[in-house]
Design a protein around this ligand. Structure first.
Ligand code: SAM
Length: 289
């Protein structure tokens, strides 16, 4: 059935899928120096940000992704004081990170300032903690930022990027992970959005290999739902320099003093469980040390 012009459709040619949302109007459309950014008002999912034809986030369901990109890593590291977010221009991940009182400083390094300015206007609830004195913003290339960082600068690095094409391509490579390894404290962790376990297993497998080659001892893929992304099922892949990624701060998770809509202790455990086909591809989950 052909859809009329009131539907936004993201076509995933390689995966042979498409996903549509019914829209009511275009709120914003611009070509920044880096990409084509559009914001739609949708009928059921609130505002929707699309970059270069790919869905970035909707108001209704971004909490799955933003919570899973931040809380598992922060509750795995025993003292996540210094956090770096690469990409993440919509500020949804930053907002979740700032919920952790022990975080002393967060740097967000986004290549395209326009994404953040547009998010401030059309996704204000994601940006409502941007004035937090612990939050710092730099608009520039995340690869360059990490390459220039001093050793032992961060406890956790979160890579909240677009797909591995264009400016984000280099964020999925061994040389970049090597720089992250260097910039992290000896118990440091990285976590990166890693696409769909159903459609992009090649990307996930390559990430594990590159992270290990860069020196990380342990790697672990978390899986969770995200209905607006291709296949509706998404993942985040973590790598630890020396930290056992499956040993988590369970009592701190249960006693956390902030609200979440998806993340909790049971979900953290569930996200770490490898379905059989993931286990076949990636091997056993890393064991408790
Ligand atoms: N949740 C989204 C997804 O997976 O579709 C990602 C959202 S966030 C808007 C992604 C951001 O990564 C974009 O704003 C893009 O500008 C930024 N980005 C891409 N490559 C980058 C790089 N090399 N350095 C810093 N930011 C980058």
């Amino acid at each position: 059935m052909a859809l009329d012009k009131n539907w936004f459709t993201e076509i995933n040619e390689k995966g042979g899928t498409a996903f549509s949302l019914k829209t009511t109007r275009v709120l914003h459309d611009e070509r920044s120096p880096f990409q084509h950014i559009t914001v739609y008002e949708t009928e059921q999912f609130g505002n929707l940000m699309v970059i270069d034809g790919f869905v970035m986030l909707s108001e209704r369901d971004n909490f799955f992704y933003h919570e899973m990109l931040s809380h598992p890593a922060l509750f795995t590291h025993h003292s996540p004081w210094r956090v770096l977010i690469i990409g993440g221009g919509d500020c949804g991940t930053l907002r979740e990170v700032l919920k952790h009182q022990e975080v002393a400083e967060v740097w967000q390094v986004e290549i395209d300032e326009r994404v953040t300015r547009i998010a401030e206007k059309f996704f204000p609830e994601l940006c409502d903690t941007n004035q937090d004195p612990r939050a710092h913003f730099h608009f520039g290339d995340g690869i360059r930022w990490v390459t220039e960082a001093l050793p032992d600068s961060y406890d956790v690095i979160i890579i909240d990027s677009t797909d591995p094409i264009g400016p984000a391509e280099g964020l999925f490579t061994e040389p970049f992970y090597r720089q992250c390894y260097r910039a992290l404290n000896h118990e440091g962790i990285i976590v990166q959005q890693s696409e769909s376990p159903l459609l992009h297993m090649d990307i996930i497998t390559a990430m594990h290999k590159a992270m290990k080659q860069a020196g990380f001892q342990t790697t672990l893929t978390l899986n969770f739902p995200q209905c607006v992304y291709p296949s509706g099922w998404w993942s985040a892949t973590m790598a630890g320099k020396s930290t056992a990624l499956m040993t988590i701060r369970e009592s701190d998770i249960s006693k956390r003093d902030f609200t979440t809509r998806y993340y909790n202790l049971a979900i953290h455990h569930a996200a770490m469980a490898y379905p059989a086909f993931l286990e076949a591809q990636l091997g056993d989950q890393p064991h408790h040390f």
